[in-house]
Ligand binder design. Structure first.
Ligand code: HEC
Length: 423
């Protein structure tokens, strides 16, 4: 404790006497790591932050959005969340550095201090050439409104494959806000495809078709990195299925056609010991009374001895009335372990969050989801005017209380049962 005090005193003295932090030394490095994955030319963000001119032009805006914690759009709070891979939130120190740099007049510093430019991938596919690339037909989203559209992509595969990674490659990065991938095994989606004369069909809170367990394949949002699942794990993509790709288009101030692609990487069947299954933790029976600004809805699931396992990733899901969502594990002895805690839910920034270390789900522990909703007229996102009681449903005016847990089960072992495949 004493050492800590001495240290902070030294830091304090240091900031009084040392020259202000500069763009070339500190700020450029933070922007490179935490902003440029979106703030670069022709990407989702409305302007690039690639050099000093960009950063100094937008310095007052940077101060505002960083101060209000609006940017970067990393939603889980550090407090109450397990550590995640590829967390692009600002640390408290990085936040302070950006704010004090703007306050000091956004000084440039010495060019010799600049970091090397971030390496540019030769291929847009983050893990090299995918094993399967599927492409939607060209579609031009309307210019003015957020659009949620599902596209049906037949895989053309006769046999089951095990997927170790998926990536969406937006055709028009300025408009594509996020992508969710579902598996359709029944062909239901094909019946909806093109009914309104345009490719795909309109969908909002889901794929608009009945899902089986494991029917959520994955998701992509700007800024997310693509990684393979850990060794020995694969997601089942049954033969003869279709992938339903839901694309959220954000009006980018222009009308341009989009043709988003999906890349899948396989893991050889004889390398897959366990399946990753995205299991919904879900409450479908809630009612949000009109005018209520803080309705708490919970869901829970007990882990039975034959279902013990570990969670590799988590993807919370609510619609426009959702305000907070938290998932935690309560062990049989009462210990509570955090999974995820989002204190300012934003439908536009839903992510798939991979735990730094898988979260154990031992026998008789309970996974708890606690969410809250604002169904009052004070909620600027409330889609219902006049207000009405809101229940579970896929539409814009409905709600969901849901978190997908990407789980592998302890007692599942594929290998011994697959004759001749273990050599
Ligand atoms: C994951 C993508 C992503 C990352 C990472 C990101 N931004 Fe943004 N930023 C956006 C998008 C998209 C917008 C447009 C507004 C919106 O959709 O919220 C935006 C808007 C902004 C704005 C204008 C917002 C306003 O209200 O005027 C500023 C300033 C900004 N970002 C700064 C930053 C800074 C600084 C960082 C890094 C510390 C950062 N952003 C990281 C995607 C991102």
């Amino acid at each position: 404790m004493k050492a800590f005090r001495l240290l902070s005193a030294a830091v304090f003295l240091g900031t009084c006497t040392a020259p202000a932090q500069t763009y070339t030394k500190e700020v450029s490095r933070i922007i490179q790591q935490k902003c440029q994955q979106c703030h670069r030319p022709n990407d989702i963000a409305p302007f690039a932050l690639m050099n000093f001119e960009d950063a100094s032009t937008y310095a007052p805006d940077i101060k505002r959005v960083v101060g209000e914690r609006k940017m970067p759009p990393w939603k889980p709070a550090d407090e109450g969340s397990a550590p995640f891979q590829d967390n692009f939130n600002l640390s408290a120190e990085e936040r302070r550095t950006l704010l004090s740099w703007v306050d000091a007049g956004a000084p440039k510093g010495d060019d010799a201090d600049l970091p090397e430019a971030a390496p540019v991938n030769a291929s847009p596919w983050e893990l090299g050439e995918p094993d399967l690339i599927l492409s939607m037909p060209e579609f031009t989203p309307p210019r003015a409104a957020d659009t949620y559209r599902c596209f049906v992509l037949p895989t053309g595969l006769d046999e089951t494959r095990y997927v170790s990674a998926s990536q969406a490659l937006p055709g028009d990065k300025r408009q594509v806000h996020h992508v969710l991938l579902y598996i359709d095994q029944t062909g239901e989606s094909a019946k909806l495809d093109g009914k309104d004369g345009q490719p795909g069909y309109s969908c909002f809170g889901g794929p608009g078709i009945e899902l089986t367990i494991g029917g959520l394949l994955g998701g992509w949002a700007p800024g997310a990195r693509t990684r393979h699942l850990p060794d020995g794990i694969g997601q089942v993509l049954p033969g003869k299925s279709r992938i339903v790709m839901q694309v959220h288009y954000h009006p980018g101030g222009r009308t341009a056609p989009d043709q988003t692609k999906v890349g899948l990487w396989y893991r050889a069947a004889n390398k897959v010991e366990k399946r990753l299954v995205n299991i919904p933790l879900i409450n479908q029976t809630f009612v949000l009374p009109p005018g209520e600004s803080n309705v708490v809805v919970k869901a829970s699931q007990v882990v039975f001895p034959f279902l013990t396992g570990k969670a590799i990733l988590i993807a919370p899901h609510m619609h426009l009335l959702g305000r907070t969502i938290k998932v935690e594990v309560k062990d049989a002895d009462g210990t509570v372990r955090p999974m995820i805690n989002i204190e300012d839910w934003d439908f536009n920034w839903q992510g798939f969050y991979t735990f730094g270390e898988a979260v154990k789900l031992p026998a008789f522990s309970t996974v708890w989801l606690t969410s809250s909703y604002d169904n009052s007229a004070n909620n600027p996102r409330n889609p219902n005017n006049p207000l009405k009681a809101v229940r579970w449903g896929e539409g814009t005016e409905d709600e969901m209380c849901l978190a997908f847990l990407g789980v592998v089960f302890d007692n599942e072992s594929f290998l011994p049962f697959r004759s001749g495949s273990t050599k």
